[in-house]
Ligand binder design. Structure first.
Ligand code: NAD
Length: 456
């Protein structure tokens, strides 16, 4: 009898499995693939590895600007693909080793929730029953599609296949201008593919600070990305020359269509109905204080959970929260309000807390302060002056949100994460001195302005 059986070895599941050692809990982790989940195998890690290749490529392409003579770069796609796989395989090996060191029993097979634990079916159809006092469902999500875009893995693909493309596509239509759509548009346009980006809503990265998104849109336009916001595409048509994507009165023919319209939870055929667990449009409903489902002793974490962000680091935090409740009986809720979101495009867009628009919708009395990178020494040195910082504070109150657009935004956002998480007043956060010359000085300047005492 295990203390915990976990179905799914992605970030939510493996974080729960790893964290359990802090309380001496015995853990079985059931996984049908290799451990790592979407993030490690077909998400964050491979995508960011490709984005790194794109960054090196574009840095070399503009080397002359910095007085460095280099021939114009060309991409050895196969070598980049091999590097991507090497990074993924190395991290999977590391994770497997860590799980072993923590004495987690990794059980190969397909897990289904049953009374008193999990039933595991292996590749040959054999079943075994894992008895456990608690179960955590961490089965993740899969890419969705839209009518007229049946995924064939060749001409019409999702990010799952795109991360393993064997050669560079010349012309790509991306349906969906959310996080995945924008990250692929960024990397493909950096390495010279022709990119058409279709987004149904009026802005790329809907819901994200529009001023930060404008910085990205400007870069996309410079790189020749054809952006079509407020646009619905008609059904795709496979032709001798590729795939025809109709929109309005027009159409574009491309080599491949990448569908990036969101991800659906994996909650079919895992025993939820039989266990009487409440779901909402396929997502598992949990008590956000403890991550427990409607059935005592059964928890859910990660992308399957209703109403929490589909982010690996949210999954980690939810896994930790569930394990803490299992071990101690005390609720240790995730502080969702201060979880940063990073879009790893070039430039990156990073946000934390609530947006300016959301604060206004809620009728809050707010003070919004912004600062561009144009006068920031380090940004000028780097030749990257297009960025912005925005800080949202309640009038005479704490910092409640922030947005940064800059190539380094994903790392820079974390000081604002603390400000939002600790509900710092602008003058409290502004009291600390940023190192000079750094890009983060732009945050320091914004905080000074927010405190009513600007410097430059
Ligand atoms: P998303 O929800 O971020 O974006 C999907 C986009 O597709 C939306 O903007 C939506 O308006 C648009 N859309 C939907 N139907 C459409 C249609 N018919 N035509 C045109 N546009 C349409 O989803 P995603 O980009 O697929 O990513 C899935 C999840 O994975 C998200 O929750 C995302 O946060 C997460 N993810 C995060 C990261 C990161 O944090 N860097 C990276 C990749 C994925």
């Amino acid at each position: 009898m295990y203390d915990v059986a976990i179905i799914g070895g992605g970030p939510g599941g493996y974080a729960a499995a790893l964290y359990a050692h802090n309380f001496g809990l015995s853990v079985a982790l059931v996984e049908k693939d290799s451990v790592g989940g979407t993030c490690l195998l077909r998400g964050c890690i491979p995508a960011k590895t490709w984005l790194q290749t794109a960054e090196v490529f574009s840095t070399v392409a503009r080397a002359a600007e910095f007085g460095v003579e280099a021939s114009s770069p060309s991409l050895n796609w196969a070598a980049a693909l091999a590097r991507k796989q090497k990074v993924v395989d190395g991290l999977v090996r590391g994770l497997s080793g860590l799980l072993k060191a923590r004495k987690v029993d990794v059980i190969d097979g397909y897990g289904r929730l049953v009374d008193g634990g999990v039933e595991v079916t292996d590749g040959e159809g054999g079943t075994q029953r894992i008895e456990a006092r608690n179960v955590i469902v961490a089965t993740g999500s899969v890419p969705s599609s839209i009518p007229g875009y049946a995924i064939d893995g060749e001409r019409i693909v999702t990010s799952d296949e795109a991360l393993d493309w064997e050669r560079q596509p010349n012309r790509v239509a991306i349906i969906g201008g959310g996080v995945i759509g924008c990250e692929f548009a960024s990397l493909l346009s950096d390495v010279g593919s022709e990119v058409y980006l279709f987004e149904a809503l009026e802005q790329l990265l809907p819901g994200t600070d529009p001023d930060a998104v404008k910085v990205l849109e400007r870069t996309f336009k410079k790189k020749g990305v054809k952006i079509h916001t407020g646009t619905f595409v008609g059904p795709a048509e496979i032709t001798s020359d590729g795939v025809k994507v109709p929109f309005g009165d027009e159409a574009v023919t491309v080599d491949v269509v990448l569908v990036a319209v969101g991800r659906a939870p994996v909650t079919q055929d895992i025993g939820l109905e039989e266990a009487g667990i409440t779901t909402d449009r396929g997502f598992i409903v949990v008590d956000l204080e403890t991550m427990m489902t409607s059935k005592p002793g059964v928890y859910a974490v990660g992308d399957v959970v209703a109403g929490t962000p589909q982010l690996a680091h949210a999954g980690f935090a939810e896994g930790i929260s569930a394990i803490t409740h299992i071990a101690t009986g005390v609720a240790a809720p995730v502080d969702f309000k201060s979880i940063p979101l990073v879009v790893y495009t070039h430039p990156e867009i990073a946000t934390v807390g609530i947006s300016e628009a959301q604060a206004r919708e809620e009728g809050r009395d707010i003070v919004v302060t912004s600062h561009g990178m144009r006068g920031v020494g380090r940004s000028i040195i780097k030749g990257e002056v297009g960025g912005t910082v925005k800080v949202i504070a309640e009038k005479d109150g704490p910092i409640i949100g922030a947005a940064v657009a800059d190539p380094g935004a994903g790392d820079m956002i974390h000081e604002l994460m603390y400000a939002v998480g600790w509900e710092a007043l602008p003058e409290e956060a502004a009291a600390f001195i940023h190192a000079h010359p750094t890009v983060s000085e732009a945050i320091g300047e914004t905080l000074l302005s927010a405190a009513g005492t600007s410097l430059h």
